[in-house]
Design a protein around this ligand. Sequence first.
Ligand code: PEP
Ligand code: MN
Length: 447
Amino acid sequence: MPTSAISSWRDRERIQMPVYTDPTALRAVEARLRQLPPLVFADEARRLRTELAAVSRGEAFLLQGGDCAESFDQFGADQVRDFFKVMLQMAMVLTYGAKVPVVKVGRIAGQFAKPRSAPTEKVGEVELPSYRGDIINGFDFTEAARVPDPERMLQAYTQSAATLNMLRGMAKGGFADVNKVHQWTLDFTAEDKAEAYRDIANALQDTLDFIRAAGLSPRKAEELATVDFYSSHEALLLEYEEGLTRTDPMTGELVAGSGHLIWIGDRTRQPDGAHVDFCRQVINPIGLKCGPTTSSEDLKVLIDTLMNGKLDDAGRLMLITRFGADKVEEHLPRLIDTVEEMGAKVVWTCDPMHGNTIKSATGYKTRPFENVLGEVQEFFRVHGEKGTTPGGVHFEMTGQDVTECTGGLRALTDEDLSDRYHTACDPRLNASQALELAFLVNQLMRA
Ligand code: PEP
Ligand code: MN
């Protein structure tokens, strides 16, 4: 029996979550999580909701991005800094195109648990349980590593706290100064291959020179040196999510303390499922992945449930569409019609990653840059035709120079993938591909 409303997901089917073999160890970890400070606070979640409400009206644009799966081994200050740097550059380029503020949300500081298409993986004759993200089990292909270990939740919490601490420091401490961010972008466009984007960078330079010449009050200058940055992840491992849920003492409302925004994945969005039941109860903004198998009937129920019947509550619900570049035309119009018929105020955002994963000739899971761009183009085209708002983009990306997605300025080929293929899960855009995409989305918005 659930002990409180937030435990009611425990009565639902347990989809994509591990079965822990040691219930005593699990209970000890859950008790510890309940004692630890939450990573984010109610007012921050509310502020993000206000900003997302502006996104739903086209008065702001959303940039959400980060790793497919954060990793314990690959964690360090350099990784966090390089990721933050490229996000800021992208946000600056997008602001220039959108002519509205860009709301910046990382897939970070909690993006550890992964849904898998198969419960086991086979290498040669050996079959083992699938890797489900560092918060659940280990990546190594050994029997011992693949056993789900609840202690991993505490390590994920600690890493998330350290990550957020660094992000908060960089967002407010001068690292995010608009002039500095622009200088990095100039360095990028100075490269021969990025020539196509030099005009935009130069135009940005003129704008900044003008602002400086016109004179800024010290308070305004300070505003240009800081940004707001939010965390997000898929709320998949519900023991972890429940353990970090807190009641806001001011209002009595429940807040997921694990991240500012949480989303429901494409495999766990059953309208009567555990994940929907958990997410409907917390006040954080909620994302919902919508794919080719999202029926209009299910979407109606999901919107009503997740918005708790308040369909004009803009900023509460974000629909993250991920169909595949060649399937947008088949699915997005029907889902837009459903939402419009209901009169629901949602944020529409485009995840051009998860519908465009293919196996390369060399055996690696990859995503061709042109298909990623293609899905974003289709997303803008369909919203343009429907008169609805293309609110944002959602990328799997890293600040590191990895070789996981093909194409882009440096024209990465199938053969290049083996050079620096470091992802623990899905292939990510590298820093150069991510920034290039921002330039291309900027052009789309200005077209
Ligand atoms: C993801 O965002 O990493 C993911 C698994 O996406 P989806 O649920 O859309 O497949
Ligand atoms: Mn992924």
